[in-house]
Design a protein around this ligand. Structure first.
Ligand code: UDX
Length: 453
């Protein structure tokens, strides 16, 4: 049993704390936002993450998991302090480290015994070194009072508990192998897939991994655009590619592209790190450009199918950046809502869990009780988030209630032939534009995406 403190009760920190408590450790989770801590003390979750509530409640009841806003409670006699605070994007894309700095200052102020500080947040390469430097400047001795270990997380929102307990690998980086080994012992309770390297390499593994996954998504989205023009079906292309072990089937789903609090931020941060060091990360820039254009293409399709969008009613099915989360950060739905509002369209939307979060940042959208209310009177529907409850909709009922019968499948979850048999003017992403063979598809030059704002 180890004494662990976790700073930050977001998607990363709360899952980390709850899972370590579930393994028998004594865990204190701290956050500077009192409302979050008060909710957790009442057994309520500040975030939507499947399975988390049960793990938190059970371990809090067992006394293994405590919550506080007070650093004086959380820091003293902790053996490990996991820093899992946010690192949002700054104006130029660089990671904003204000929360990390605040956490480290508070650690310095309350440290009272040798403690291993474990950086769980995704931080620019070199942050581990600057963390140590800050503590030394405040009179702490590295190796005596503290040590720093990088331990980037690879958990996906919506499956974070599973990903935490079934890691493909645990990456640890430190100047001090003993400190890394001490953290490794925490993970050996459930995995042996542990890799120990140095601080900067561990920090870079995280960025390189996320950037590669984002690139894989932008790659298949670029292939999807070519498929559309040439009459190939990108879903089968991806399936054919995925059988190759060197490629792998995962993260080859063409659609509206990637959102969330990680991929966009991490690709931007890595691009920034490259540029400030005099490099020209063309591939990383292209990953972001392609992702932005995936949203813009929806507007081009709608202009083509609906005509002038001013005054037309467009329905969005799903708002979260992916299913099984309430997180809407960088979600495709946010970009689409802004672009369609710029076109003068009337917007309706429904999401099973993300509407409360969406309400806070989307004005002028009519939030509906379900997919059928979204469809009522709509000229077009866009499937934005592939929630399970959208996969078996009563299509004749949707069709009958719509003004125009246009359906854009932003995540390719429907069968084009079935949708067209229902009577919809259906378009997916990277799928043949009609049922006829594609060799009559017009090789039109794509209208400029630049005029979609
Ligand atoms: C990601 C990484 O997967 C995880 O390892 C890291 O720790 C945090 O960032 P997350 O952002 O939570 O996790 O979700 P993920 O499932 O990776 O999806 C990210 C985005 O990519 C979503 O918007 C999703 O819709 C999109 N996506 C994913 C695609 O567009 N196509 C795909 O094939 C897969």
């Amino acid at each position: 049993m180890r004494r662990i403190t976790v700073l930050g009760v977001g998607y990363v920190g709360l899952v980390t704390g709850a899972c370590f408590a579930d393994l028998g450790n004594q865990v204190i989770c701290l956050d500077v936002i009192p409302e979050k801590i008060e909710k957790l003390k009442r057994g309520e979750m500040p975030i939507f993450e499947p399975g988390l509530e049960e793990v938190v409640q059970r371990n809090a009841a067992a006394g293994r998991l405590e919550f506080t806003t007070n650093y004086a409670e959380a820091i003293p006699n902790a053996e490990f302090i996991f820093v899992a605070v946010g690192t949002p994007s700054g104006v130029d894309g660089e990671a904003d480290l204000k929360y990390i700095r605040s956490a480290v200052e508070n650690i310095a102020a309350h440290l009272d015994t040798y403690t291993i500080i474990v950086n769980r947040s995704t931080v620019p390469v070199g942050t581990g070194d600057s963390t140590a430097q800050t503590l030394i400047e405040r009179g702490k001795q590295q190796g005596i009072d503290f040590q720093v270990v990088s331990n980037p997380e690879f958990t996906r929102e919506g499956s974070a508990i599973y990903d935490f307990l079934n890691p493909d690998r645990v990456v640890l980086g430190s100047v001090d192998k003993e400190a890394a080994e001490a953290v490794a012992e925490l993970y050996r309770a459930f995995t042996e897939k542990i890799m120990i390297t140095d601080l900067r390499t561990a920090e870079m593994i995280k960025y390189a991994s996320n950037a590669f996954l984002a690139m894989k998504i932008s790659f298949i989205n670029e292939i999807a655009s070519i498929c559309e023009k040439l009459g190939a079906d990108v879903k089968d292309v991806a399936a054919g590619m995925g059988h190759d072990q060197r490629i792998g089937a995962a993260f080859l789903n063409a659609g509206l592209g990637f959102g969330g609090s990680c991929f966009p931020k991490d690709v931007k941060a890595l691009t920034y790190m490259a540029e400030v060091n005099g490099l020209h990360p063309q591939l990383l820039r292209a990953v972001m450009d392609i992702n932005r254009d995936q949203r813009r293409r929806v507007v081009l399709h709608l202009r083509e199918l609906v005509g002038n969008l001013r005054g037309k009613t467009i329905g969005m099915l799903g708002l979260a950046f992916k299913p099984n989360t309430d997180d809407i950060r960088e979600a495709a739905a946010i970009d689409l809502a802004h672009m369609l509002a710029n076109e003068g369209a009337n917007l309706r939307a429904y999401d099973p869990v993300a509407m409360e979060n969406a309400h806070r940042i989307l004005d002028g959208v009519k939030f509906c009780a379900d997919a059928y209310e979204v469809a009522a009177g709509a000229d077009a529907l866009i499937l934005v988030t592939e929630w399970n409850e959208f996969k078996q909709l009563n299509m004749p009922r949707l069709y009958a209630s719509m003004q125009r019968k246009i359906f854009l499948d932003g995540r390719n979850i429907y069968d084009p032939a079935e949708m067209r048999a229902h009577g919809f003017e259906y378009r997916g992403v990277g799928r043949p534009l009609n049922d006829a063979s594609a060799d009559n598809a017009p090789l039109a030059v794509e209208p400029s995406l630049a005029n979609v704002k």
